[in-house]
Write a protein that binds this ligand. Structure first.
Ligand code: PGA
Length: 250
């Protein structure tokens, strides 16, 4: 049985003051979270503060991006070893906003996935199609290409130490959620594709849904057989909403 994971992606939001309040609120509600593992992915500069506040709690934390390089002349970048120093367990790689606004290629994302794993972090690999791609009927080939970049670089076994998040780009921050059936269809496709390489890895892999997940729609999404939790943007900035999604997995 896969333990659901609910991970918040704060994106470029918050202040020292607001995240302190948010984390207090989340910690206060964790007693009601029976089944899900819970984590927050914070802006990197807040990771020391997040670590200080969450250390010893059942809430994990991580970053939203990381360099594929170990160290060196890469101005502005943050290395996997640095995330490790601040107690990160997770790091998101290949979020659609990074792919779109920072021109991250499938190959670069795969290298980030590999670097994270090598450093003992759990990469959360985001995949998903745009609206135009869905309308062209190429959702599966887009998601397959994004997944295959990781499998080609490292082999399917690498996914045993990772998490995949299916995030249809048209559902991110738009209020428009994929229906549970639409999401399940792609999640099942992802699992089958990986099973083609390694059935045990596919069976154990947590595949999260992301895209306007809220307390009101989380339960029916997570109830689907191949949806193992969520990657939550907007609703992760409010403790009650985020906890509502975490308890939906109960
Ligand atoms: P959203 O974002 O929940 O605000 O749609 C999800 C994500 O981008 O990870």
């Amino acid at each position: 049985m896969r333990q659901p994971l609910v991970a918040g992606n704060w994106k470029m939001n918050g202040s020292l003051e607001s995240i302190t309040r948010l984390l207090d609120g989340i910690k206060a509600g964790m007693a009601d979270v029976k089944r899900a593992e819970v984590a927050v992915c914070a802006p990197a500069i807040y990771l020391p503060a997040v670590q200080q506040q969450l250390q010893g709690s059942s809430v994990g934390w991580g970053a939203q991006d990381v360099s594929a390089e170990p160290s060196g002349a890469y101005t502005g970048e943050i290395a996997t070893s640095m995330l490790g120093e601040f107690g990160c367990r997770y790091v998101i790689v290949g979020h659609s906003e990074r792919r779109a606004y920072h021109a991250e290629s499938d190959e670069l994302v795969a290298r980030k996935f590999a670097a994270a794993r090598a450093a003992g972090l759990v990469p959360i690999l985001c995949v998903g199609e745009t609206l135009a791609e869905r309308e062209q009927g190429i959702t599966e080939s887009v998601v397959a290409r994004q997944l295959d970049a990781v499998i080609d670089l490292e082999g399917a076994a690498a996914l045993a130490n990772g998490v995949v998040a299916y995030e249809p780009v048209w559902a991110i921050g738009t209020g428009e959620t994929a229906t549970p059936e639409q999401a399940q269809e792609v999640h099942a496709f992802i699992r089958q594709r990986i099973a083609g390489h390694d059935a045990a890895v596919a069976e154990g892999l947590r595949i999260l849904y992301g895209g306007s997940m809220k307390p009101g729609n989380a339960q029916e999404l997570i109830a689907k057989p191949d949806i193992d939790g969520g990657l939550i943007g907007g609703a992760s900035l409010d403790a009650a909403d985020f906890l509502g999604i975490c308890t939906a997995a109960n």
